[in-house]
Design a binder for this molecule. Sequence first.
Ligand code: ZN
Ligand code: ZN
Length: 372
Amino acid sequence: MSDRAELYPPQRLAAAQRAMTRAGLDALLITPGSGLRYLTGYHAHALERLTCLVLPRHGTPTLIVPTLERAAAEASPAPATGLRIVDHADGTDPYPLVLRALEGPVVAVGLDNHMWAEQVLALRATLPQVNQRLAGDVLRELRMCKTPAEVAALREAGAAIDAVHARMTQWLRPGRTEAEVGADIANAIRETGHAVVDFVIVAAGPNAASPHHETSGRVIEAGDPVVVDIGGTMPSGYCSDSTRTYVAGGTPDPEFLAYYEVLHAAQRAAVAAVRPGVTAEAVDAAARDVITDAGYGAAFLHRTGHGIGLDTHEEPYVVTGNTLPLEPGMAFSIEPGIYLAGRHGARIEDIVVCTADGVERLNTTPTELAPL
Ligand code: ZN
Ligand code: ZN
């Protein structure tokens, strides 16, 4: 996935300008992160020095960068979008450059959802009469439906994380600590082509009942259910995220075996429910109903899934109350879980894409409970 022009097409700025008009915003101010990368292909690090894309509804977009970052910005796909790059030297105030780049009076601007507070407040001082809103209101609708090139990048990420799960028997066994296993997994995430290890959860025994446990010094015991939830970012910028629950030898608690079957059926039901026109909350219900009917509804502590792309968690969220109808190209996780506090837990997670007539799973390692 090296064709950056396909992944980051230059016409996204124009699409954002059209969406801005619909949203009643006069400009977007986008700082380093997934929004900037999505719009321009420029992968910048957030610094105390201001880097900011100023995208007025009409007119020429401007990328404001620190002087020392100018060469990196020029080498990125950003110049192909037709934006101009202006830089500010250390010791100078960059905020007048924002004012100039707006090219006229504005009433409402959309700020990057993850902009640092110090920059938000500096912009408030620079533009005291201007309404500050969230740029995510505009970018959400653009980013939710992936292009075929983006789906290909997510498919590549899915295959890479699947290759890590496929090697789990090498590392996961009784007598080792969660942290030791996690370190081996992190190395493998890099070896399978990820540029960044985003998270490694190895949650054994009672720790498996805590959905966002990371790793600890707990020694894995025979018969422990072990939730392994792992993900990283590929050089393309797109993310992987997949969970499997293993049993590290021995015989697990019979109740675990019973509810794992329920969870497995729930995860399959939710995947099977995905097709265009079905709402996000209906996919959540497809998993939740199976778990609730089996008496474990209160043990399913979270939503069924989240969108994924340049961020691991983005829209659309597969959650009760989200009446958004699915469209082809929407990519998200299906990850129901059952957690019994103080005892054990389980989660199964695949990334899926809504297709023209159904669903494609981007993670294809088996979901049946297999002894290691
Ligand atoms: Zn996950
Ligand atoms: Zn996830």
